[in-house]
Design a protein. Structure first.
Length: 274
């Protein structure tokens, strides 16, 4: 069970304090008559280490570790040195909410710092006081309004519970306001824009085809830039029509001939009969 659930290998995400806490939680499940908790922990702890951390434990001189507390102190001194402790303490005491950070995110980040440095021993009243002072002014105003006055007027326990409740509500509000509606709206706009673009492209292509068709019309009779139906040169019907029109014109001129053998109404217009 320990090999599959609790393993420490000094990876970037490995937390020595969290490893000790998880290891003790599992060890409390093992009970054997006549065997103390100290002996069980000393016996099982090597199975919770791997790679270089296990090599470090095996490199310790025989007889230097006789109690669980002594082993835990050596382990933390190796993988959680004083310099790291000092940095975490400084991060806790100088905690500040980021400009666009929600209350829930700030509260969880602050508690994570406290978890990483459990031996700091910060009392609860100082925890909530440090967190409150590191918040943005608008966030403090919101908390004071929820507290019915000022947050610092409550007991440390009540203040901690209020922060937990407000952070939880803030997380739920953020989830309810998240992206689905904005995403759908953006998707609809993208669909309409895409459809409009396709319609414009199709219209331009159709117009181009019509212009090309008009520009490329060639008469099959004379090879002119017009259709065969409207051709005035090679069409039989156009030629016949032209001859008929010419004949009618000549006929009308013949009707005004003064030397005609028949009566011609056109003589009324002749200048000699005026």
């Amino acid at each position: 069970m320990i090999k599959t659930s609790v393993q420490f290998a000094e990876m970037p995400n490995d937390d020595p304090n969290a490893h000790i806490a998880n290891f003790l939680e599992i060890c409390d499940m093992f009970k054997q008559n006549g065997v103390s908790h100290n002996a069980i922990r000393l016996r099982l702890f090597p199975f919770s280490l791997r790679d270089k951390t296990k090599e470090w434990l095996n490199s310790l001189l025989t007889g230097t570790i006789t109690t669980w507390d002594g082993l835990a102190q050596k382990f933390l001194a190796k993988y959680f040195p004083p310099a790291k402790t000092a940095k975490l303490r400084n991060d806790i005491t100088t905690f500040a909410q980021f400009e666009i950070e929600a209350l829930y995110e700030a509260w969880e980040r602050y508690k994570d710092l406290l978890r990483k440095c459990p031996h700091y021993g910060l009392p609860i009243w100082l925890q909530v006081h440090t967190f409150y002072n590191g918040l943005e002014s608008n966030t403090r105003t919101m908390i004071d309004a929820a507290a019915g006055g000022t947050l610092m007027g409550k007991t440390p326990e009540a203040t901690y519970e209020l922060l937990e409740e407000m952070a939880s509500n803030n997380y739920q509000w953020s989830s309810d306001r998240s992206m689905p509606r904005k995403t759908i709206r953006a998707h609809n706009i993208d669909v309409v824009t895409s459809l409009s673009t396709h319609m414009t492209a199709f219209s331009n292509k159709l117009e181009h085809l019509n212009v090309s068709a008009i520009q490329t019309q060639v008469c099959e009779l004379c090879e002119g830039n017009h259709t065969s139906v409207t051709c005035q040169i090679g069409s039989h019907f156009a030629s016949s029509f032209a001859k008929q029109a010419h004949y009618v014109s000549n006929f009308q001129r013949q009707q005004n001939n003064q030397y005609s053998n028949t009566y011609n109404p056109g003589w009324r217009n002749h200048p000699n009969f005026l």
